[in-house]
Design a protein around this ligand. Structure first.
Ligand code: ADP
Ligand code: MG
Length: 673
């Protein structure tokens, strides 16, 4: 049922609920509390701890008048207390609170306690009568949005639950028994209206398992290509002419990975391979070897990159490597328009382009390949799993390669890539020296600029990265003001470029091209340069507000330098004095191993950890946590594999509930992407 028709909702509320992803009554019931307030053991006023949220029981003695204070705010003071101490309650902008609270009645208040010893104080506490608190002591706290508070959601839940008592059971009975899970209807009731903490635990266990099972099933269904034959069977190819055409020799790891790809090309089933290698390990070359082999077999290839800059750069690199051998390369991005776009599409459809490099524009419905045999996605963590299979859908089960520099711990790799085979580039091309990394505070900024200028004087180039504070305008503002007020004055006489996410694709490309061509000495940028950009002459990267990034992101950024000759430097600037931040940055200064960094990142769970759903491309989960619930994750994975093996596509009627569950989870992802 549409949420609009639930009693107490209506059009306006429905629009607000939509922001929380709630469109139907089912969505509402699947919107789980973020936390609970436990009113069962309230503190006496005098023994309540300071400055942590807690529940205090007190009787209301008197009510002050509503007063107006600065800024048009309203304030009201309520006097309360128990026989241990007095408690004054201060409410801002809550004119109805006086009417709600009754003198002589005992309440439980939830919030932070401040004030002095004899007279304690709470500001804007949430409350419940002591009577209600002892009847239902566990009160759910829901994630909120503008106009919708937790109380309102709780009220909707009660109405919805009364109106829709039949909640179908998607899990088969044997599974409930095997894992001792409670029925769905009970779990939903207990998660929203728990009578005890044991009920919350039981409901969570059940719902987490269900969600992880849905995730695993969805992933398997998306890839149920295992048993199929590839439409691009290939003959063995000698890579020698390709290697010989390069200005350098491939590393042992590159050769090995290329051979693994070629071996898969000769199989009857399509390749499904992840190429994992730290930044700078030379993944592009391995892809090029595969493209060469596919071309030798008469197949087209496609390479998809997450940004226009990266796509353009790949097109250029691959042209340089492959065109001398006869491979015709086309570039297709969102900014290729009109007649040019038509021409590229025609070349792809008629087989006049052997390799198409592009952004997700390659996935457009109007792009048809004549004979696509090999599809590559670069920096795969930026794409959703769906997009990956969309590229595969452009042909009859082509061979797939996904490349990633984000080192994914093995356990999660198995989850996310399930049936993928993995090739690892564990060797950097020769001549690389580790990037010297230093963490400094803003006080040393001027000195650092001196060092930067010395590098520029030696003919090198530098990046300065400023954080995206908020993904909207402030991104541009912060980097623009840094550019105007800090970088330009300090770098007078040098050519300084500016790049951020708000520039049009063509403008970004133009700036990047200038930097590559050496027409700019310094590039001030947000993290739009994060992935893959390759300018070997740049040997210094300065990262402002380094504390805002996860270590893996910093490592990626650092990988932008140290690609050419000579020493390279990464300077992390942070004014954060917290021990945790210092420890993280210092770890990066002393480690160059991407895997170790990812592991440390995971253990310390810093900002922007790369398991945010935006980065791994998985649908966002409502209740389960991939790290914390890893045990349930493996159990669910095993069950999903068995279920799909017994009933590929989950077509049997008894699996209809499971299928709906999995599709539901992944549908949301498409809606939000
Ligand atoms: P990444 O794995 O980060 O995508 P790239 O493919 O961009 O790395 O390669 C990084 C740089 O290393 C490029 O400038 C590339 O030309 C160079 N490179 C790749 N392989 C070799 C090699 N075997 N020897 C020397 N340089 C190489
Ligand atoms: Mg790359």
């Amino acid at each position: 049922m549409d949420i609009r028709y639930l009693k107490g909702v209506g059009e306006k509320r429905a629009a607000q609920l939509a922001k929380l992803g709630i469109f139907t009554v089912d969505d509402l019931l699947g919107f789980y509390p973020r936390d609970y307030v436990d009113y069962s053991r309230p503190y006496p006023v005098a023994s309540a701890p300071y400055d942590v949220k807690c529940v205090v029981r007190a009787t209301v003695y008197g009510k002050g008048a509503l007063t107006r204070i600065r800024g048009g705010k309203q304030m009201v003071k309520i006097l309360a207390g128990d026989d241990t101490a007095g408690l004054s309650l201060v409410y801002f902008n809550n004119p109805y609170i006086s009417q709600k609270l009754e003198v002589g009645t005992e309440y439980c208040f939830f919030g932070k306690v401040g004030g002095g010893f004899a007279q304690r104080e709470m500001v804007n506490p949430v409350m419940l009568t002591a009577e209600a608190a002892s009847a239902t002591p566990l009160v759910p706290v829901y994630p909120q949005t503008e106009g919708i508070n937790s109380n309102y959601l709780a009220k909707c839940m009660r109405t919805a639950f009364a109106a829709a008592p039949d909640i179908p059971e998607p899990l088969p009975a044997w599974m409930l028994q095997k894992y001792r899970l409670c029925p769905k209807a009970d779990a939903v009731r207990m998660i929203h209206f728990p009578r005890s903490t044991a009920e919350i635990a039981s409901a969570r266990r059940r719902l987490i398992f269900e969600e992880l099972l849905a995730l695993q099933l969805g992933l398997l269904l998306l890839r149920s290509r295992d048993a199929t034959l590839t439409g691009a069977p290939m003959k063995p190819v000698d890579l020698q002419p390709f290697w010989a055409s390069l200005p350098f020799s491939p590393t042992g790891a590159q050769k090995r990975a290329a051979q693994e790809i070629l071996a898969d090309f000769n199989k009857l089933s399509p390749m499904n391979r992840l190429l994992q290698g730290d930044v700078g390990s030379g993944k592009t070359l391995v892809a090029a070897a595969g493209i060469y082999a596919a071309w030798k077999n008469g197949y087209q290839s496609a390479l998809m990159a997450p940004t226009e800059i990266l796509a353009a750069q790949h097109a250029e690199t691959l042209r340089r490597m492959l065109e001398p051998l006869g491979v015709r390369v086309a570039l297709l991005t969102g900014s290729v328009k009109g007649a040019a776009k038509k021409a590229v599409r025609k070349a792809i459809a008629e087989g006049e382009a052997d390799l198409v490099v592009g952004t997700h524009a390659v996935l457009g419905p109007d792009v048809e390949f004549r004979k696509l045999g090999f599809a590559v996605t670069d920096e795969q963590h930026r794409f959703g799993v769906r997009q990956r299979s969309a590229l595969a859908g452009k042909a009859d089960h082509p061979h797939l390669l996904v490349m990633s520099a984000t080192p994914i711990p093995r356990t999660l790799g198995l989850l996310m890539f399930g049936d993928l085979d993995i090739s690892i580039l564990d060797e950097l091309p020769p001549g690389r020296t580790p990037v010297k990394t230093y963490a400094i505070t803003g006080k040393k900024r001027a000195d650092m600029y001196g060092f930067l200028k010395a590098q520029l004087a030696a003919g090198r180039q530098a990046y300065i990265v400023c954080p995206v504070i908020d993904e909207s305008e402030t991104d541009m503002q912060s980097v623009t003001s840094y550019y105007e007020e800090t970088a330009r004055p300090l770098l007078e006489g040098y050519r300084v470029g500016l790049m951020h996410g708000r520039l049009k694709a063509a403008e970004k490309n133009a700036v990047m091209q200038q930097f590559k061509d050496g027409e700019l000495d310094v590039l001030v940028s947000t993290t739009v340069i994060e992935v893959g950009v390759d300018v070997p002459n740049a040997n210094l990267i300065v990262i402002e507000n380094a504390e805002r990034y996860g270590l893996s992101a910093l490592h990626q950024l650092r990988g932008r330098v140290g690609r050419g000759k000579g020493e390279a430097y990464c300077i992390l600037i942070s004014d954060h004095t917290g021990e945790a931040v210092k420890k993280r940055l210092s770890f990066l200064c002393h480690t160059t191993d991407g895997f170790a960094i990812a592991k440390f990142d995971l253990e310390t769970r810093g900002p922007g950890d790369f398991f945010g759903s935006r980065q791994h491309g998985l649908p966002s989960l409502h209740i389960a946590d991939l790290m914390a619930d890893s045990k349930a994750l493996y159990a669910a994975q095993q069950e999903a594999i068995d279920l799909v093996a017994a009933d590929p596509g989950l077509r049997q009627p008894e699996n209809a509930g499971l299928r709906a569950l999995a599709e539901g989870l992944f549908r949301e992802q498409t809606a939000l992407n």
